[in-house]
Design a binder for this molecule. Structure first.
Ligand SMILES: Nc1ncnc2c1ncn2[C@@H]1O[C@H](COP(=O)(O)OP(=O)(O)OP(=O)(O)O)[C@@H](O)[C@H]1O
Length: 628
């Protein structure tokens, strides 16, 4: 709540709207104690006095009534009606939406068809019909405005409830024995409440306008009572001869509606956590680069080298150091595994390579990523675009999320090919069939016309690999491509990648949680913890004799098939939060070998032969080392 308030207070437009609206509300609340004349007392001798006249700051109307007094009392009424109509419409509409969305089936059908019928009428006609049936008057105008807005809330909230009703946490509540009304109250309502508040805050202004419209037509407030709409209606005849009578209520409507809309937008931005983190704002074409120091001199060999890479997320005042100085390299035909717990910075490292970390909130603050010697960090967008997909391609974990659900896989492959190669569609199609054959999809000529949802998970992942291969890249970065697959399909995909690496001399960076996968595919492995590489070396050597206690504990967590019964050692505790990284070794808190020196200063990645470890007291296993 505090962070939402802070976020709101930083939004200058919303703050200005909030202050303006508060001033108006304070002024109209103070109307009874202000030295104002009675808003309804007529004085025909003083008709149409101009603004700044004596005793009439804003002038008088056609009956000589004080415009300032009528304005404040009228605004009071308009605001009250607008707020009340919004509250009624939101309560009834949300209740209808939640019930229809949660219960579904016939009830949903009947309710929503009724709502659709209401929505099919032009809203002003519907409001006029309601007022005609109930008779003119402000209360009836309020009922009419609330009624015509109920469908808007009902539709919105029903859509959100339908999505929520099938979520796992609702299933869990069902399984725990809660009744449907209880689930609605405890699970659904808290989730839709922010949406209701946001929808309300952005529609109050609209409802004030609608009420003013009805009053303007003489169907809302009745003489002599003033509201903003009726003041405008009465001033209509003198629009040209005495414009101030229209301008005064008109400007007030403008101020109120503008300030409510600005405030509403601010509330929406502050309440939606995705807007807060920048996740909903359109990311820049490449990650923002703000290097604190010049790029480090090249010191690693390989087709792709990452040196001292630092990537942060700037979320409000917080700086999350997701990647804190990572160095890696990969040669043609080589496979480098990156392994580590969830949140250790593997994906952010991989995405930083071609500037794919979303900005905002991502910022690359240091290091260099060299492809064939050229630094990609801060490179012009055109250069990055040429490298992405053509030279360095990605395979992601969830192909359903990366393949477009509405296009056939063949069309998507053709698009990927034509993005980098100037060839005709027929030729690209032929290439796409070849690619599907290369990734061992049976009957590729037919499968090319499938939609992603018509394929199994393993097949979709093969299409993902085919997409990555579409432009004969030199480097493939695979981010947990097999995590969601069953073991047999996983084995097929791994052997496919292994074959492709050998036949095409591909350099592969393979991100995974699974040491089994690393053992099967990778020549070298880098172990990441809290945004840093803590150990690196040839896979066999690291697996046989891990040096960093974290690597050793990670390996001890892996169950061994046929290895007899042994106790699986879970690592106690949790990795540190990336915005509060401790001094010294980030693993010290969870390490049973940690000493006080481990909690001080910077601990470097010490290189010894082809192995490197970031630990002051690495594991020693002389017998194994001698065997290495
Ligand atoms: N958009 C974002 N905003 C703020 N923090 C983020 C964002 N994306 C990632 N992070 C943070 O960056 C850190 C590294 O995330 P990353 O996705 O690289 O982890 P990972 O090792 O790939 O984890 P996993 O194995 O679960 O995919 C995490 O602490 C994560 O919370």
């Amino acid at each position: 709540m505090t962070s939402a308030f802070l976020l709101f207070s930083r939004n200058r437009l919303a703050l200005a709207g909030g202050i303006l609206l508060s001033l108006v509300v304070l002024l109209v609340l103070a109307a009874p104690i202000l030295p104002l004349t009675d808003p309804d007392v007529t004085n025909t001798a003083n008709r149409y006095l101009p603004p700044l006249s004596e005793g009439a700051l804003l002038g008088t109307d056609h009956l000589g009534r004080d415009l300032l007094s009528r304005l404040l009392w009228g605004t009071r009424l308009s605001l009250a009606v607008g707020f009340a109509a919004a509250a009624i419409a939101a309560t009834i509409g949300a209740a209808i939406g939640v019930v229809a969305g949660f219960y579904g089936g016939r009830l949903d059908n009947v309710i929503m068809r009724g709502v659709d019928m209401l929505m099919a009428f032009p809203y002003i006609l519907l409001a006029l019909a309601i007022v005609a049936a109930l008779g003119p008057g402000l209360l009836n105008a309020l009922i009419a405005v609330a009624a015509v807005n109920v469908p808007f809330f009902a539709r919105n909230i029903r859509g959100i409830t339908v999505g929520l009703a099938h979520k796992e946490f609702v299933d869990a509540a069902r399984l725990s024995g809660l009744s449907r009304p209880q689930i609605i109250l405890t699970e659904i309502l808290p989730n839709v409440l922010p949406i209701i508040v946001i929808a309300m805050s952005t529609t109050i202004g609209w409802m004030i306008l609608e009420t003013a419209g009805l009053s303007f037509l003489g169907l809302g407030s009745q003489p002599p009572q003033a509201d903003l709409g009726s003041m405008l209606g009465e001033a209509r005849a003198a629009l040209i001869s005495h414009p101030h009578t229209s301008v005064v209520p008109g400007v007030m409507i403008l101020i109120i509606v503008m300030s409510i809309n600005l405030l509403g937008d601010g509330i929406r931005d502050a309440l939606d956590p995705r807007l807060k983190s920048g996740a909903l704002s359109r990311p820049m074409a490449a990650t923002r680069v703000r290097r604190q120091a010049p790029a480090p001199e090249p010191s690693l060999e390989g087709i792709l080298t990452v040196e001292g890479l630092e990537t942060e997320f700037h979320v409000g005042p917080r700086k999350l150091r997701a990647v804190g100085g990572v160095s890696l390299s990969v040669k043609p035909g080589e496979c480098l595994g990156i392994i580590g717990e969830s949140g250790s910075g593997k994906s952010v490292t991989a995405l930083s390579v071609t500037g794919l970390v979303a900005s905002p909130p991502g910022v690359i603050t240091g290091g260099a990523v060299r492809y064939r010697g050229d630094d990609l960090i801060g490179a012009p967008y055109e250069h990055l675009r040429a490298v992405r997909g053509r030279e360095i391609a990605y395979i992601f974990q969830d192909p359903l999320a990366t393949l477009h659900p509405l296009y056939r896989v063949g069309d998507q492959l053709v698009e990927a090919i034509q993005a980098h190669q100037k060839i005709g569609t027929e030729e690209a199609r032929g290439k796409a069939v070849e690619l599907l054959r290369d990734v061992r999809i049976p009957n590729p000529e037919r499968r090319i016309s499938d939609y992603p949802h018509e394929m199994s998970g393993g097949m979709r992942q093969r299409v993902g690999i085919a997409m990555a291969l579409a432009n004969d890249p030199e480097v493939i970065i695979a981010d947990e491509p097999t995590t969601a697959l069953d073991v047999t399909v996983q084995a097929q995909i791994l052997s496919l990648l292994d074959d492709l690496r050998r036949s095409r001399d591909l350099a592969i960076i393979f991100i995974t949680h699974d040491f089994g996968v690393v053992a099967q595919l990778c020549d070298r492995v880098a172990v990441m913890y809290a945004g840093k590489v803590v150990e690196e070396g040839p896979t066999k050597a690291v697996l046989a004799a891990p040096r960093h206690p974290y690597t050793a504990r990670l390996i001890a967590c892996v169950p061994e098939l046929g290895g007899g019964r042994r106790r699986l050692e879970a690592i106690p505790g949790l990795p540190p939060a990336v915005d509060r990284l401790p001094e010294g070794c980030a693993f010290a808190e969870r390490c049973n070998k940690a000493r006080s020196a481990c909690r001080e200063g910077h601990i470097p990645l010490a290189q010894k032969g082809d192995r490197a470890v970031r630990c002051l007291f690495p594991e020693e296993s002389p017998a194994r080392e001698a065997a290495e």
